[in-house]
Design a protein around this ligand. Structure first.
Ligand SMILES: C[S@@+](CC[C@H](N)C(=O)[O-])C[C@H]1O[C@@H](n2cnc3c(N)ncnc32)[C@H](O)[C@@H]1O
Length: 257
């Protein structure tokens, strides 16, 4: 028995992978929970495919539904928004499924962090500015381990991508500023990246909460913070070594100018 966990991508139906779409076409049963999974992808499913919404089920119930169908010889796909590896709560499903002798294959998807960066026209790693991206969430009802508190992470002054944090922006601002971030540090917030009603709000750390409130954004948003999000970055001369004409690497010999 094998269950396929598939990343559906951030929203636009054509941002699922070719492999993910093939599995949807072949599936007898598709389970999905998230309001951020685009139901358009189900148009590609077999007409007789069973599509189950799991939002009202608890973990064990959902596992039973999967096992019942797998035991009946059906092909079962579990769809997750974005990429299943970040905030997908897949490991608790995998643990129970493995205990029941089910193999798992995971198909990656385009995470909202990368869809949001694309919509904002941003590179998250700018040479000489930052070479690190932290994927995290602000602490709300779900605790964050002590050593991963924002105050600690922010000390790196790299790009930080905040998932699940649109209602916690006051806290995000306070902690970034306490960690020494300049109040005018750029922030790009992408609401519903790649959906028809996508909205991009460009702001700064000091105005983050106010600007999200003004735009009525309190969910389904990716917050990208750091100088890599500077809207004027193009006017600055950050260059990578990779394309530097003086830099030698495995595929090209550098020339002295
Ligand atoms: C439970 S997490 C799932 C993340 C998902 N696995 C991914 O890779 O994007 C849900 C959070 O992801 C972010 N998110 C997911 N889809 C989004 C989208 N289309 N636009 C902006 N943010 C999105 C939001 O921060 C949202 O609160």
């Amino acid at each position: 028995m094998k269950l396929f966990i598939v990343g559906a991508g951030p929203g636009a139906a054509d941002l699922i992978t070719v492999r993910g779409l093939r599995l949807i076409k072949e599936a007898d049963t598709i389970l999905y929970a998230d309001s951020l999974v685009n139901e358009e992808v189900f148009r590609e499913a077999k007409p007789e495919a069973e599509i189950l919404k799991t939002a009202g089920m608890h973990l064990e119930e959902m596992i039973e539904e999967m096992i019942e169908r797998l035991q009946a010889g059906k092909k079962v796909v579990r769809l997750h928004t974005g990429d299943p590896a970040v905030y997908g709560a897949i490991m608790e499903q995998i643990t129970l499924l493995k205990e029941r002798g089910v193999d798992i294959e995971i198909v990656p998807g385009v995470s909202s962090v990368f869809a949001a960066a694309a919509s904002a026209g941003a590179e998250l790693t700018i040479p000489d500015l930052t070479q690190t991206v932290i994927l995290t969430r602000a602490e709300g009802r779900t605790p964050v381990p002590e050593r991963e508190k924002l105050a600690e992470l922010a000390k790196h002054h790299c790009t930080i991508a905040f998932f699940l944090s649109a209602t916690l922006t006051k806290k995000v601002m306070k902690e970034l500023i306490e960690a020494g971030w300049a109040p005018e540090t750029p922030v790009a917030v992408v609401y519903k990246a790649t959906w028809p009603d996508e909205k991009i709000v460009r702001t700064t750390v000091q105005h983050l909460d106010e600007d999200l409130r003004k735009n009525g954004i309190r969910k389904q948003a990716m917050i990208l913070a750091g100088w890599a999000l500077d809207p004027n970055i193009h006017q600055k001369d950050f260059r990578s070594k990779l394309y530097d004409k003086e830099f030698t690497h495995g595929y090209r010999r550098g020339v002295k100018s």
